[in-house]
Design a protein around this ligand. Sequence first.
Ligand code: CP
Ligand code: NVA
Length: 306
Amino acid sequence: MATRHFLTLLDLSPDELRYLIQRAISIKNGLKTHGPTYTPFANRTLAMIFEKSSTRTRVSFETAMAQFGGHALFLSPRDTQLGRGEPIGDTARVLAEMVDAVMIRTFSHQGLEAYAAASTVPVINALTDDYHPCQLLADVMTWTELRGSVKGRTAVWIGDGNNMCHSWINAARQFDFQLRICCPEGYEPRQDILAAAGDRVSIHRDPLQAVANADLVTTDVWASMGQEEEQARREADFAGLQVSEAMLDQAKDDVLFLHCLPAHRGEEISTTLLDDPRAVVWQEAGNRLHAQKALIEFLLLGRVEG
Ligand code: CP
Ligand code: NVA
């Protein structure tokens, strides 16, 4: 059987993604009731290559491996041969001789694809400049846990047409919900990703109109990792797009607010938004652990019932 990778949400079928969400919820509930007694990853190793900073992604993958009886290796370009120019294809072939799966956080999505093409073990995208699919597993899991099936519902993305926005577009395709994107001119998501989603996704300029009657509102930082020098210009360009409690008041009464975090209070969100009960970002962050356990289990072992 060909090696399955998870580079974007399009690498799994809608049916497989729905399975993963339900499996993640079931794993989470099992952890609550039985404790960490299920160890399907005994003697398995996940290599984690981080070329950008991380708190949630590193801790959730490392803890997922530990709780499921396996082991995770943190690898940074600073102290591996990757940082001294060893070709990524060579690194992929070497690691595949030793570990069971590889997780990569990097800049170039093409670089990630090149790595995956050379890898005979599953490769997981832990964020590139273009996508962050693992975050969407946790986000859809959180939305589903709190509100049931997301099919046919309406989510609103406020802010930059960035890697998270691209993954929300793919989620709208795969989970069959509507997505309204409210961004400044010049900060739209990539046209090909948008076009492939058809009429499930629309572009808006007025945030209050965009959130009207929405089931879910989400946003992200205005300057992503690697764009630090654009911070000042972006703060000016995104003025007026700060998500606030008053903005959520325009949405449905039971609207949820998600943010992948880290958040910049006073920029993309009001200083108090994360204290509002409609914000469920801590549950969302915690769900990274459960969603990624389900993902790695699926990539290594296939579907598990129960
Ligand atoms: N949301 C997210 O991926 O967080 P980290 O950058 O801390 O991993
Ligand atoms: N868009 C952000 C997401 C961080 C989790 C970034 O790429 O920095």
